[in-house]
Design a protein around this ligand. Structure first.
Ligand code: GLU
Length: 455
């Protein structure tokens, strides 16, 4: 008997470490966590690593890391590969009780080779169980025949090891995805043959892609590490995964882990599949980003910007970058948005003087000589603006607005903006000038003037 066995709720989180932690695995961890913590229960992390070919330490570590990153924890840890003797003992008990038998059969893998598998003697009955989410489920097990429970006496199959572990670890509630429903009758037959108590089962619906297709573990895009790399925050991911297919009684959408625990009741899990909606995840991330103060947000947003610019060979300037923080906060949902725009060159002009194309400097239809006159005037007005005013886009605007209004806004402001950015589309010239500062802004206007004067 396991010394940790005690009364009270005990759940298991039993991932197979055959791939990186995907969102479905995270959801299994979250739901078991919420249920256990709500009921002052214990959580058993069980690495189901019996598939020797596909299980790796790297995947196991990734799953543990991802679950911790989400803010979850567990109380006990086991690895099935270290528990073979427990399964051998159970298999021997079944054989001794005449509830299972060794069957000599030709190997499916190698023709001509004889293997000794262990088969359960099927009592051929109707198995009924009360699912905590789906109600009564009944299944005639006759069609399962005498199914195999071990490939050899020391090589148990999943159904056997799960049943033995659940009993040995005192599991009271098996909370898992509905893809396991068809496994449950087999597992109950093994349980009954071994004289174990039956845990309470709760099979929750899977979630679907936004196009209602099944998400697959193999798609790299569903691994938690990928979202983490894109800059999704653990609180946002946890909140999103937690209420996927569950409506908390308060109706709140933004909930901390503690609040989710408080509100959790397994009966409130939806009976139909939840849709994994990327836009919703982005919305969550934005809500949590907005809670950050400017210093925290800068620490989050500037590294991806710096990396992208470095990759593009654009030189980095911390002071300029800091002036972009507010604008970034207003625009983005996740750090990957910054990397994407920066890699597309959208931020280059803040850090490197553009090379304006002569034909784009004048407003459409405007003459070169008029444009020179407008840029000269704007430059003189801006030159007079005192240094302290340059951090304030409104004051920069104030310096040229009257002139632009009388001379024609397009005729003045298009060349000004284009001189500063070298782009047909960009934020307004005052915003840009406030990021660039006086020296760079005036230098860029001069550059444009030089280009115009070569005509
Ligand atoms: N190891 C199984 C899986 O990752 C879970 C088994 C179970 O919940 O019973 O799908």
């Amino acid at each position: 008997m396991n010394p940790n066995k005690q009364n009270g709720v005990r759940v298991r989180f039993p991932p197979s470490p055959t791939g990186y932690c995907h969102v479905g695995t995270a959801r299994m961890a979250v739901l078991n966590y919420l249920f256990a913590r709500k009921n002052d229960g214990h959580i058993i992390f069980r690495s189901e690593d019996t598939d020797k070919e596909r299980s790796t330490k790297e995947y196991e570590e990734d799953i543990m890391e991802s679950v911790k990153w989400l803010g979850l924890d567990w109380d006990e840890f086991y690895r099935q590969s270290e528990r073979t003797s427990v399964y051998v003992h159970a298999l021997q008990t079944l054989i001794d009780k005449d509830a299972a038998y060794v069957s000599e059969e030709e190997s499916k893998k190698e023709a001509g080779q004889i293997v000794k598998v262990v088969r359960l003697k099927n009592p051929n009955k109707v198995v009924k169980f009360q699912d905590a989410i789906r109600g009564e489920i009944s299944f005639d097990t006759t069609e399962l025949k005498d199914f195999v429970v071990a490939r050899a006496i020391d090589d148990p199959l999943y159904h056997l090891s799960v049943v033995v572990d659940d009993a040995d670890m005192g599991i009271t509630h098996v909370i898992r995805g509905e893809e396991h429903i068809s496994n449950t009758p087999r597992q109950i037959l093994i349980q009954e043959a071994l004289g174990y108590a039956r845990p309470i089962y709760a099979h929750y619906p899977l979630f679907l892609g936004a196009d209602k297709s099944k998400l697959s573990k193999r798609k790299g895009d569903v691994a938690v590490r990928d979202y983490r790399e894109d800059g999704f925050l653990p609180e946002a991911m946890l909140n999103f995964v937690g209420i996927l297919g569950w409506t908390p009684p308060s109706g709140k959408e933004i909930l901390s882990l503690g609040e989710m625990v408080q509100e959790f009741d397994i009966k409130d899990l939806h009976k139909s599949g939840a849709v994994f909606d990327m836009d919703k995840l982005r919305w969550y991330n934005r809500q949590y980003l907005l809670k950050k103060d400017d210093v925290e947000f800068a620490a989050y947003a500037l590294p991806p910007l710096e990396n992208a610019l470095k990759e593009r060979g654009v030189s980095w300037d911390e002071n300029t970058a800091k002036k972009l923080v507010q604008d970034l906060k207003e625009r983005i949902s996740v750090a990957a948005d910054i990397s994407e725009s920066a890699m597309a060159g959208e931020f280059d002009f803040f850090f490197a003087d553009p090379m304006p194309d002569l034909s784009h400097i004048p407003q459409k239809g405007g003459s070169v000589s008029d444009t020179i006159a407008h840029l000269e005037s704007a430059k003189n007005l801006l030159y007079k603006l005192e240094n302290e005013a340059w951090s304030d886009a409104e004051r920069i605007k104030g310096a040229v607005w009257e002139y632009a209004t009388s001379a024609g806004r397009g005729a003045v402001l298009w060349p000004l903006r284009y001189a500063l950015t070298g782009k047909d589309k960009s934020p307004d010239p005052f915003e840009v000038a406030s990021v660039l500062g006086k020296t760079a802004a005036l230098r860029r206007i001069d550059n444009a003037l030089k280009i115009l004067q070569t005509v």
